[in-house]
Design a protein around this ligand. Structure first.
Ligand SMILES: [Fe+2]
Ligand SMILES: [Fe+2]
Length: 240
């Protein structure tokens, strides 16, 4: 068995760093890897990434993260990545990594994802250029997931995990106002997941959503936003 601990939307800042640190204490006794599904910082400041690195410095298991929209807010996403990597944290931005534990290999494809909406109500490739740019950004993110899952096929892990900030399905947004669903995720991202297959999808961003959902093809999706779960992290065992 390999135990995946996951949380999103930790929104690190001076005021919550001790709470975060306490929440991750002894996590290595319960999990083999920690995945954080974006919105690592409160205001997108590199110094907040430093606070998160401090909160995570005693975590003895591999830590894999993606950035969220908050981490882009001040244009410091490059510095945020560098600060976290200096702290030994694996930052995925359209990349893959494989973690070994408990006799299993878990492969991760991580990317931020994007909004755009769901199903027949999703943003179309139509009209003003700025809307078409938004549409294309969703396509780009879906292509990153596709590429990552293809790459993982070659690496042959026992399990494939897609780590996102935005949601690829609507079900895990339930609890949020329906007016904001299109800003919280995009169903176009579920297409490569169902086409190529995965064992688990993790996302955050929907603070008032629902933990459990499933892609149309039956892949389990978990919204691990900390305010949704109301605990420091959840553990998803694979292969047990
Ligand atoms: Fe958030
Ligand atoms: Fe977010």
């Amino acid at each position: 068995m390999i135990r995946i601990a996951a949380v999103g939307d930790v929104h690190a800042q001076t005021g919550n760093v001790q709470m975060l640190k306490a929440g991750f204490a002894n996590i290595h006794t319960k999990a083999d890897v920690l995945a954080i599904a974006g919105d690592l910082t409160a205001h997108g400041l590199a110094k907040e990434a430093g606070e998160l690195a401090f909160a995570l410095k005693d975590v003895k298991i591999p830590i894999i993260v993606v950035l969220g929209n908050h981490d882009y807010h001040m244009g410091q996403q490059g510095d945020i990545r560098r600060v976290l990597e200096k702290g030994g944290i694996i930052v995925l931005d359209g990349e893959t990594t494989v973690v070994e534990a408990g006799g299993f290999r878990a492969g991760f494809i991580g990317t931020k994802g994007f909004g755009g909406g769901f199903g027949i109500r999703a943003l179309p490739d139509f009209g003003e250029e700025i809307f078409r740019m938004m549409y294309r950004e969703g396509v780009n993110e879906a292509e990153r997931i596709h590429w990552g899952l293809e790459t993982l096929e070659v690496m042959e892990p026992d399990f494939r995990i897609v780590l996102l900030h935005y949601s690829p399905i609507k079900d895990t947004l339930f609890g949020e106002p329906p007016e904001v669903y299109a800003f919280l995720g995009a169903s176009i991202m579920a297409e490569p997941i169902d086409k190529l297959g995965a064992d688990l999808v993790l996302h955050g961003h929907a603070h008032y959503g629902t933990e459990k959902g499933m892609t149309p093809g039956g892949v389990p999706v978990r919204n691990v936003a900390m305010p949704t779960m109301g605990r420091p992290y959840s553990i998803y065992p694979l292969g047990g």
